[in-house]
Design a protein around this ligand. Sequence first.
Ligand code: ADP
Ligand code: MG
Length: 951
Amino acid sequence: MATTAGVYRNGNHSRNSQSTNNNKAEKPLSFNPNPKNSLKSKSLPGSGLRRSAPSSLGTAKDDTGVPGRVRVAVRLRPRNEEEMVADADFADCVELLPEVKRLKLRKNNWDSDTYEFDEVLTEFASQKRVYEVVAKPVVESVMDGYNGTVMAYGQTGTGKTYTLGRLGEEDTSARGIMVRAMEDILADVSQETDSVSVSYLQLYMETIQDLLDPTNGNISIVEDPKSGDVSLPGASVAEIRNQKSFVELLRLGEAHRFAANTKLNTESSRSHAILMVHVKRSFKGRDSILSSETGNNPHMAKSLKPPIIRKGKLAVVDLAGSERIDKSGSGGHTLEEAKSINLSLSALGKCINALAENSSHVPIRDSKLTRLLRDSFGGSARTSLVITIGPSPRHRGETASTIMFGQRAMKVENMLKLKEEFDYKSLSRRLDIQLEKLIAEHEKQQKAFENEIERVTTEAKLQISESERTYAVELEKERLNNQKEYMESIKKLEEKWMMNQQKHAGGENIAGLKDESSNWISNGEDSRVANMEELSEMKTKLQKETLLRKAAEVEVNKLKSQLAELKKSEASAKSDISKLQKKLEDEACQKEKLEGEIAILQSQLLQISFEADETARRIDKGWYEKVPGSLDSLMLQVRQPQNNDSGNGEKASIAKLFEQVGLQRILSLLEAEDVDVRIHAVKVVANLAAEGFFLVLYQHFASASFYGQHQLIQNCASSDIPSKTNQEKIVEAGGLKSLLMLLRSSKDETIHRVAAGAIANLAMSETNQELIMAQGGIRLLSMTAGSAEDPQTLRMVAGAIANLCGNDKLQMKLRGEGGIKALLGMVRCGHPDVLAQVARGIANFAKCESRASTQGTKNERSLLIEDGVLPWIVQNANNEASPIRRHIELALCHLAQHEVNAKDMISGGALWELVRISRDCSREDIRTLAHRTLTCSPTFQAGMSRLGIDY
Ligand code: ADP
Ligand code: MG
């Protein structure tokens, strides 16, 4: 990126040259020795405003710019056939010395004046070389994000159009600067991230005509009070994707120019042709710049790298012939007409003179051409001028004046400035996507983890129950065995005992049993031994049994310890679960933080745009002196958030505002006498209505250090706060009523705009929508829609109505009170943002209707069709701007859901659009909806076969 003059690829503006020319009045290549103090920057109010743009908006450059003088080349046309004959005996009036970049203009046979130029192009110079020295450096600057101008000046017939506008279709070496420039641009841009678009215009008699759309007759120039940039919002803009379409566009423009000139009886040599090429390029964000700008917020520096957008604008200007009007044979003009025809060119000459002489007044506003080219001379663009001359001595006078013009232009110093800004919108989009990805990832992880836990738990339970079962079975088996063995032993003992009894019972009665037994003992030594054996056998058995029982006990213990082990692993799984849950909570917390930051960014953006507005007003009106004392410092705090280092400053100042004045007080200021106070109060309310601010505020109140005695703070600190939004507070305190009242009573456009913005924000909630309707809001919004002119006001109003359109309950009332007509009326403004809101409103309304018709609560034709919306939506269904197109495509699909609408839609041409949508809408859901509708509806089917659409 070029931050110093030295980095400039083609900037050789410090070329030192000892001029040897003998011209006294003109001093070629005499530079302004001190360009920073040059009066040019003073003469451009735009440059002062640009400087005041808040740095937090992300202008990644300091605003001083790079000095860059206007470069001037001279090109000599070869003698044409007529001159070969007529001037055969005479020498050319000029002699070129290209090696030393000088030109000699003959005074007479022995004397001549010498002039030095940046480039001297002889009659043999090829178109390629002319492009490379004159235009290529400018095109490269445009690609780097600067504005650039290439302009041809000279007498009619000397080759301006030849140099700039030749298409060279039959002979590619003849291609002029326009075609070659576009070739270089297209080769350098990325089709995905960048865009190239052109407008092609003709300026004649102070009227700008659109060469791409001849019906577009009188286009006005709009100057951005903030940046000083000029634009032509009424001009057609064609997106350029390839060289072929561009050449076709140029040919179309030429044809229109020819037709227009025939119709108006204009000579094309008296009109200026202007080609505007807009190049918008997007670059990935850079860490270094951000971390230095957001030094006190390291988190932001890490995660927020907004892409940078560079917007370069190339103007290629084929000026009208520089000869005086009476000489060009344009008889038949009245003096007034002649003046008007010459006005722009002579104003250009005057401006260049003033700039060359460092005059304190540069009459930029005198003509449309100078207004349009304010950036090209003494502005921030890189400018290259080619002056064309013929060789004929008969035109020596014109040639001399052309050369003088070029010499003066060489003294004009511009300050090149990079047109670069951060693309916060796409950053916010990117963050949203990132956030969604993170959430999805966490959900996935959590799910997987829950599944794993479930699996482990079931497995453990299964193992436990299996072990318990085996244990029970084993135990039972063991018990039965033991019992059996025991019983058997008992039985055996009994048998033995019985046997012994029987042995001793022989011959003696039972009463002598005692004797018998003593007999048995004394007499039967053998049997006693046998008994002893029996006993020891029993003992062994008992021991065996004891051992078995012990083994079983060991088995039981083993199983028990296994059970304990399983329980332990279950517990550790549980602790894992809780750890993961904690992690999940942390992530949720992180997400919340990110959301907060997005909200802060959005609110900063809002605040910054308000701030920029204010700065402009302040410069215009010297506002500070007018604010009444008590509010002074507060308003200043609100209006100067960038004085603090970071977003925290803003939070603090809004919070401070609450602390010191309170919502009621702010609302009461909505009715203040002083318009400025009123405007600021509306802005503060609008800020609060934008929900993002609430978060900021709440966080601030929640911090332990913040305790105030004001009621509002107590309210905020109470537990119900997170559910109670700013919007509710504003509505409760009567803020909605006050905002609506401002729409009715105020005549100030800024108030209308900001109040409508706040109402649009409030109208996002269903409750508020009903309140707005009940308080006659739609009538007031419609009234504002009818009278407002500023596109931003209209966008806010359209946004508010669009929100109301999405409420099923309010359909009849909204339409009855003229809401749809008002919405449709706003398309007159033509601004794409407004059109997008209108289209959104229509889509919302159509959606509610289609819902009602599917529920059977609506049988009549669509109110949108009744109110004449159809022609506009058919006309814009294929609008280039995707937000507009997308809403309209949706609206058409919704309308088509209801068979009663079909006939009107067919006769209004909507069927073609539906077919197109069903085939090539880039959004699959809309495509499918359109396709389904077309195949299901008998009326559409019949319509298609009648129109010969093969579906
Ligand atoms: P201008 O736009 O300044 O009125 P044109 O570009 O229409 O002039 O040129 C007038 C005529 O001179 C055209 O026929 C053009 O082809 C021819 N011409 C101009 N410059 C050259 C050149 N450098 N070489 C050859 N022919 C030229
Ligand atoms: Mg021409």
